[in-house]
Design a protein around this ligand. Structure first.
Ligand code: 1GP
Length: 243
């Protein structure tokens, strides 16, 4: 299964995509089962699995549980180098290009690279951009990096463009899990009109209306975590919009 190829093909046809983020640290086994059932039934495009900090080692069992109940690709969205699992189909190889912390741009990657190769999963080089969503996020704190200011569309656009020029395959702009404000529509539009690679948007998206607006502004892929944990039927509402 070439997951990036699938993403690219759908994006090139203008087909919008939904990824549901599962944080193994926050979900009970029953939560994971319920979300997996709904996601499979609704036909989402993929699962992202990860979190800024795990306090228990549940990544393998979560992926196995998802895979027992669904055929949807599972992609690791790693919060740190411990979040690698050979049970996943792919991993977002994240470079935190909004920050200036060398460890998050290349340092951790050197440590993780041989383990990822050993695990044998597809690697998707991803330019990860934190954007201010109204409160300090766990990612910003844990990565010791500043987000791009909420209203600085030009900085976001130039950062994404540089990421594309460096050869990254996806741009993922994230206001952070549980953000008070999702990324502005004008920023999404500004970035989308200046890059050719697929654009992923996440952080603080809580309802289908907002999802629709962000898709219309140019997002190819939306990532929803918190809101789905609280109300899994939101998956159906967003898939309805996509269809
Ligand atoms: C966080 O983009 C993801 O990294 C999803 O955010 O949990 O707020 O949906 P939410």
């Amino acid at each position: 299964m070439d997951i990036y190829k699938q993403i690219l093909e759908k994006a090139s046809k203008g087909k919008k995509q939904l990824c549901v983020l599962l944080d193994p640290d926050k979900l009970t086994h029953a939560d994971t089962q319920n979300i997996t059932f709904v996601a499979q039934d609704a036909g989402i495009d993929c699962f992202f699995i990860g979190g800024s900090l795990f306090t228990s080692d549940k990544i393998d069992e979560t992926i196995i549980s998802v895979k027992e109940r669904s055929t949807i690709p599972v992609v690791i969205f790693p919060g740190n180098v411990l979040q690698i699992s050979s049970h996943a189909d792919a991993i977002l190889f994240l470079s935190l290009i909004s920050g200036r912390n060398a460890e998050m741009l290349i340092g951790k990657h050197v440590i993780a690279a041989p383990y990822i190769r050993e695990a044998g999963m597809e690697v998707i080089p991803t330019g990860y951009m934190l954007v201010d969503g109204g409160k300090q996020t766990a990612v910003s704190y844990m990565s010791n990096s500043l987000p791009i200011p909420y209203d600085k569309n030009d900085i976001a656009m130039c950062t994404a463009l540089a990421g594309e020029m460096l050869g990254l395959k996806l741009i993922y702009m994230d206001a952070g899990s549980g953000a008070e404000k999702n990324i502005s529509l004008s920023m999404v539009e500004k970035v989308k009109t200046n890059i050719k690679i697929p654009l992923v948007i996440g952080g603080g998206i809580c309802d289908a209306y907002t999802a629709k607006d962000i898709f219309n502004a140019g997002a190819d892929i939306l990532v929803i975590g918190n809101a789905v944990e609280n109300n899994s039927s939101l998956i159906y509402d967003i898939m309805q919009i996509i269809k």
